[in-house]
Design a binder for this molecule. Sequence first.
Ligand code: GSH
Length: 128
Amino acid sequence: MFFTVVRKVLGAIILLVNAITQPKPIQRDAKEQAQIDVACQSLSLYQYHACPFCVKVRRVITRLNLPIELRDAKEEGFAAELLAGGGIKKVPCLRIESEAGIEWMYESSDIMAYLERRFAETEPVTAV
Ligand SMILES: N[C@@H](CCC(=O)N[C@@H](CS)C(=O)NCC(=O)O)C(=O)O
């Protein structure tokens, strides 16, 4: 009971700080963003709203301006998918679909590094 309250309070603080300090999404030209939008259709993030590791990953997603579907792993259906596909009910987990098959990537640091490697290399558009 005590730990549940502490966890809820900490979760609320993390969400508040996150909301106040949201990163600014990078801007790309329309063609480049359209390609990224398509690439993101094969990605989905299993996550909890107030999990600090998930918040970190969502901040990178926001900054890199990636329309990745978020799946709340507290929902029974998504929790079952995560367990069946990835093998562990732990978040965050990035589901990556490709021609080679489906990869379930755990660990926030690995997910953030993957997103940076794959999507941060393009030059942002500068205003003229
Ligand atoms: N080292 C992991 C830690 C992830 C983690 O501990 N996630 C917790 C939620 S904050 C979790 O999924 N616990 C299992 C559960 O809630 O069922 C990471 O950085 O991604």
